[in-house]
Design a protein around this ligand. Structure first.
Ligand code: COA
Length: 177
C-alpha cells in the first residue's frame, strides 16, 4: 500500500513538477489557472518555486508537495496568509492524474490542516471549488469544511468565467496577539 506525506516544496522538485504539470496541462485546464508555456518547463518551475519559498520566508504561505512512496505527485499549499484579527489562509491542491482516486489528496489535506493549526497557528482556512468539481468538494467536506456561498463568474478557466463554491473551516489556532 502506498503512503502519502507532505513536505515543504524544494528547488529540486522543479523537474518532477514540470513533468507532471505538462502531462496534465489539457486535463487540468478546466480546474487550474492558465499559465504561460514557460511555467511547464523545469526553468519555469524553478522560478515558481523560488517565488513560493520567498512567500514562505515572509510568512505569507506554506507551499508544499504531496509525496507518495518518496516521489512528488502533486502540490498542496496554504497561501494568502493574513495575520492580525484574521489568522487565516487559503488552501489549494492538485495531484497528478497518474495518482488520482487513491485518497492521496484527501490524506494530504488532512496533513495540511495539522500544519495550519500546529505550525502556522491559523484560526481559519478557506478554499474555493468550481461548482462542477465534485471530487474536490468531497475532499473538503470530509475534512470538516462547510460551504457558505457561491461566487458567480469568479474564476476564469478554459475560456470562460466559472461559478465557484466558497468553503471555510475553523481551526484551534490561538487568538490573535
Ligand atoms: C480534485 C483532485 C485534487 C482529487 O485528487 P485525488 O487524489 O484523486 O482525490 P482523493 O482520491 O483523495 O479523493 C477524491 C474524492 O472525491 C470523490 N470523487 C471523485 N470523483 C467524484 C465525483 N465525480 N463525484 C463525487 N465525488 C467524487 C472520491 O470518491 C473521493 O472521495 P472519498 O475519499 O470519500 O471516496 C484531483 O483530481 C486534481 O488534482 N484535479 C485537478 C486540480 C483540482 O481540481 N484541484 C482542486 C481545485 S479546487
Amino acid at each position: 500500500m502506498s503512503t502519502t506525506s507532505i513536505r515543504l516544496i524544494e528547488p529540486s522538485d522543479g523537474p518532477a513538477l514540470a513533468e507532471l504539470l505538462s502531462r496534465d496541462k489539457q486535463a487540468y485546464a478546466r480546474w487550474l489557472p492558465a499559465r504561460p508555456a514557460e511555467f511547464y518547463t523545469p526553468a519555469g518551475q524553478a522560478s515558481a518555486i523560488e517565488s513560493l519559498l520567498a512567500a514562505h520566508d515572509e510568512g505569507l504561505a506554506w507551499p508544499g508537495v504531496v509525496v507518495s512512496d518518496g516521489t512528488a505527485i502533486g502540490q498542496v499549499g496554504i497561501s494568502s496568509i493574513l495575520r492580525g484579527p484574521f489568522q487565516k489562509g487559503f488552501l489549494g491542491y492538485w495531484v497528478s492524474s497518474l495518482h488520482q482516486g487513491h485518497g492521496h489528496t484527501s490524506h494530504a489535506v488532512g496533513l495540511a490542516l495539522r500544519i495550519a493549526e500546529d505550525e502556522l497557528n491559523l484560526h481559519r482556512l478557506e478554499a474555493h471549488t468550481q461548482l462542477e468539481n465534485l471530487a474536490s468538494q468531497s475532499i473538503l467536506r470530509k475534512h470538516g469544511f462547510r460551504s457558505w456561498g457561491i461566487a458567480h463568474d469568479h474564476f476564469y478557466a478554459d475560456g470562460a468565467w466559472r461559478d465557484e463554491v466558497f468553503w471555510e473551516r475553523t481551526l484551534a489556532g490561538r487568538p490573535a496577539s
